[in-house]
Ligand binder design. Structure first.
Ligand code: RFL
Length: 336
């Protein structure tokens, strides 16, 4: 078994893990990331697209905000639609100047990956059988396997801290003792059918639509790529929804003006996500910390998940920097 040593071993190279790695690197702290999927697979996941101010600020602080500012679409409000009338919520005015930016999670991930590669920082992709050990001590370890020319190779990372950034289905939360963890969950009785299409968005900002036929959301990724969602029964299968059926149903849930302006085209991605809210506490188990979807998930309807993950990373990075540099545990003691 090969053993390496680092200050923070990060499990998961999604946005939480990569952003944490970048912020720690900026502070001169050594971190290694272990990810079970390939980099291409991570980049192929179509997910969040609306970044709130906290996420924008953090990406700037991490030194990876340049492309986001060049290519992202700044929105200062959104529309709520009910009873066929649209009502604009002027976020900019109501919050004293805060905005959101439409910039895909894939792009955020790519920017963070590029920055990590440019700095020569280690990320192990396609790591198998990742396990966490001894996080009840001050010498926690992460073990994993890779496949090399001579077959399976075993590795161990010895660290001061483990950051569990491995998403809802990860192993970090699952490795915490059951008696030390409390979980709160609500599973919603409907699904969220999403379509991505290379068509111009129906409106320059987002429309959240309440309709007697079910909820709908008109979102976007760019001026030429749209993301639309429909609330559907959990029993629906994605194969049941042809592109035509999707567009027809979406039109019926919008107001006449939006319905008339809707530009349709072939879907480039179509999926049904079950909707669930889940929170776990605490987010610390000895020297292991959870961040992002590993600790909590919200339905994508609110466009909040990535922004909550970024907020975790903000506090966790500050706490770990304080612990590693100033040898003060005040931040990590308050993180959870
Ligand atoms: P991720 O993105 O799930 O990344 C976790 C990473 O950990 C890896 N992993 C492991 N690695 C090593 N060993 C193991 N045993 C491992 N197990 C797992 C995984 O392969 C993965 O690479 O969690 P992270 O980094 O915390 O990021 C959270 C966000 O991805 C998530 O909150 C958002 O995507 C949620 N979300 C949205 N959030 C928004 O803020 N705005 C949106 O508009 C929005 N839309 C969405 C969404 C999520 C969706 N999903 C998941 C259904 C739309 C959708 C459709």
């Amino acid at each position: 078994m090969s053993t390496t040593r680092t200050q923070v071993a990060i499990v998961g190279a999604g946005p939480s893990g990569l952003l944490l790695g970048q912020l720690l690197h900026k502070a001169g702290i050594d971190a290694a990331i272990v990810e079970r999927q390939s980099g291409e697979y991570v980049l192929s996941r179509i997910r969040a697209g609306v970044l709130e101010q906290v996420t924008m600020d953090l990406l700037d602080e991490a030194g990876v905000g340049q492309r986001m500012h060049q290519e992202g679409l700044v929105h200062s409000g959104f529309d709520l639609l009910f009873k066929s009338a649209r009502h604009r919520i002027d976020m900019d005015h109501l919050t004293g100047g805060k905005k959101v930016i439409v910039y895909g999670q894939t792009e955020v991930t790519r920017d963070l990956m590029d920055a990590r590669q440019a700095a020569g920082l280690p990320t192990v992709y396609e790591a198998a059988k990742v396990t966490v050990h001894d996080f009840d001590t001050d010498r926690p370890r992460v073990r994993y396997e890779t496949t090399g020319p001579n077959g399976t190779e075993q590795h161990e990372i010895a660290s001061d801290f483990i950051a569990g950034c491995d998403g809802f289905h990860g192993i970090c939360r699952a490795s915490a003792p059951r008696s030390a963890i409390r979980e709160y969950e609500k599973v919603y009785p409907f699904g969220w059918l999403g379509v991505l299409s290379d068509t111009p968005p129906v409106h320059h900002e987002l429309i959240y639509a309440n309709s007697t036929r079910g909820f709908a959301l008109c979102s976007q990724r760019s001026t030429v790529r749209s993301r639309y969602y429909l609330q559907v029964p959990l029993t629906d299968k994605v194969e049941q929804w042809s592109d035509d059926a999707f567009w027809q149903e979406l039109r019926l849930r919008l107001d006449p003006e939006a319905s008339a302006h809707l530009v349709t085209g072939p879907s480039i991605e179509k999926s049904i996500a079950p909707l669930r809210s889940f929170v776990t506490e605490p987010m610390r188990f000895g020297t292991m910390f959870l961040a992002g979807d590993a600790a909590h998930i919200v339905p994508p309807t609110g466009a909040k998940g990535l922004n909550l993950a970024a907020t975790d990373v903000k506090y966790l990075s500050e706490a770990l920097i304080e612990a590693c540099v100033e040898k003060s545990h005040a931040g990590i003691d308050h993180y959870s």
